[in-house]
Design a protein around this ligand. Structure first.
Ligand code: FAD
Length: 465
């Protein structure tokens, strides 16, 4: 085991830290160290000097104080899903909030209180016990914190907006070790920045979300067709996205039918195009509203059916389990010309493995929030597009990363300004500026100077003070 990146810390300082800290502390020589340093993306392999697992906000304050005294770089982890691996580090401290999970629901007020380290599953499960939901992402083991602080896209976004559009307040520990609250009425400027650039300003220890009646049954699934029908299917998607009600969230994808055993023989191993849809209204309305998708010729597969909302929210958990290697690039689009699908088909046909494109319908509830209302940028887009590669063999890293870069580069002529921060794997000032645009970037720099002038929280798409 190579541990040269994990320096030995001053033992007396660690001893004092232990006294002020109720949670678990894991050091490189401890038996749990290798498990404690793992994050979701199998490509990321780093060696922190210490992993601290706070149990409450005072513990987080102690961890930040210790990190600052010892001049350690700080990584903050909730769900560990950061695609570029921002929630771990070499030689620094990981403040791992996995001991600060738990969601409490107030069904009368339709509010969820989530501890800072909670996962989406806890919010989904807790809220559904009362017939409620908050719009969150599509893989239930993702952390609420990282997802929310970047924006939060998901299956309910056309009706209920992004996760941040349903965020009522947060509590966070700041770089100078204070516990503060931010909402529309309290530290409103900070609340603005937390909704889209939130990893820059502190460690969030608690969130409050607004909930809405959803489920328990919704209608969800996909129709899958051979790639030869991709252009026609794209035309249907365009028209369907424009005309369907807000209850309907629809995505278009081009991929390879892998593993072959999951697909009918006529399509197995071949490129496909599909439309996937979620209707969060009653089954009868879904049957009517989704009819056009099902009427589009005989599909190779049709999985659209009434399902439990929770089952849908957990459906991707196994396929996207911890340990796979993953790379992605994404952008926003104002329109969706046919050339887009031609390029997707061409790149998928030459892919080194499980590589795909997804195009999500944007707008509606997302676009009803004014663009300058939050730091998140991209509300005016009509579509979001991503090229994604998933693999296991480290020898295939170059081929898959190269595929992702070339695939997204071929779509750049069709994209518009802005990026969803949680998808961006490259870093640097120019990258961060391209995420937010100049005006918001300047406002974020001013906020960063006010709340984290020493850039303690820099393992993120970093807004430098
Ligand atoms: P972590 O790796 O723990 O943290 C990510 C970032 O947030 C880091 O910069 C970290 O410093 C910061 N952070 C973490 N916790 C805190 C905290 N408590 N306070 C302050 N900062 C903190 N995004 C969507 O919008 N919708 C999706 O459907 C979706 N699906 C995904 C599926 C998978 C399999 C993966 C890997 C990612 C997905 N994402 C999705 C992207 C996801 O939102 C981001 O990767 C997000 O950052 C993950 O949050 P986390 O808490 O799990 O990550």
């Amino acid at each position: 085991m190579v541990r040269e990146f994990a320096p030995t810390l001053d033992q007396s300082a660690v001893g004092s830290f232990r006294q002020a800290f109720a949670g678990e502390i894991v050091l490189p020589d401890d038996p749990g160290y290798d498990a404690a340093r793992v994050v979701w993306n199998g490509m990321i392999d780093r060696f922190p000097a210490i992993v601290a697992r706070p149990t409450n906000a005072p513990d987080v304050i102690s961890a930040i104080r210790f990190a600052r005294e010892q001049q350690l770089i700080v990584a903050v982890r909730s769900g560990g899903h950061s695609i570029p691996g921002f929630s771990t580090c070499d030689g620094g401290i990981v403040i791992d909030l996995s001991a600060m999970r738990g969601v409490r629901i107030d069904p009368e007020r339709r509010i969820a209180h989530a501890n800072g380290g909670s996962l989406l599953a806890e919010l989904d499960d807790g809220a559904q016990a009362h017939g409620l939901a908050c719009p969150v992402g599509v893989v239930a083991h993702t952390g609420i914190a990282g997802l929310t602080l970047g924006g939060g896209m998901g299956r309910l976004q056309r009706k209920l907006g992004l996760t941040i559009d349903n965020l009522a307040s947060v509590e966070l520990v700041t770089a100078d070790g204070r516990l503060v609250r931010a909402s529309e009425d309290e530290n409103a400027d900070l609340f603005w920045g937390l909704r889209g650039a939130g990893a820059n300003f502190g460690v969030v220890t608690a969130f409050e979300f607004r909930l809405h009646p959803i489920g328990p049954t919704i209608t969800q699934g996909f129709v899958l067709h051979p790639i030869e029908r991709a252009r026609e299917l794209l035309a249907l998607f365009r028209e369907f996205v424009a005309s369907s009600p807000d209850e309907v969230m629809t995505t278009f994808a081009v991929g390879l039918a892998l593993p072959e055993s999951d697909f009918p023989a006529e399509i197995a191993g071949r490129p496909f195009a599909l439309i996937s849809t979620t209707h969060c209204g009653p089954a009868q309305a879904a049957e009517r509203d989704l009819a056009a998708i099902r009427a589009f010729g005989p599909p190779a597969m049709d999985t659209i059916a009434p399902k439990s909302y929770l089952a849908v929210q957990h459906a991707n958990d196994e396929g996207m389990r911890w340990g796979h290697r993953f790379y992605m690039k994404s952008g926003y689009m104002a329109s969706l010309p046919d050339e887009v699908v031609d390029r997707c088909a061409e790149h998928v046909s030459n892919a080194p493995g499980d590589c795909s494109f997804s195009i999500w319908a944007w707008g509606r509830a997302i676009a009803r929030v004014p663009d300058d209302g939050t730091a998140y940028t991209g509300r005016d887009a009509r579509f979001w597009v991503a090229a994604e590669a998933l693999w296991d063999d480290p020898n295939q890293d170059e081929a898959h990363i190269g595929w992702g870069r070339a695939a997204m580069a071929s779509l750049m002529p069709f994209t518009v300004a802005g990026h969803y921060v949680n998808d961006v794997v490259e870093s640097g000032d120019d990258v961060v500026r391209s995420i937010y645009g100049d005006a918001k970037y300047q406002r974020l720099v001013a906020l960063k100077r006010a709340w984290d002038p020493d850039n303690v929280f820099r393992l993120n798409q970093n807004v430098r003070p």
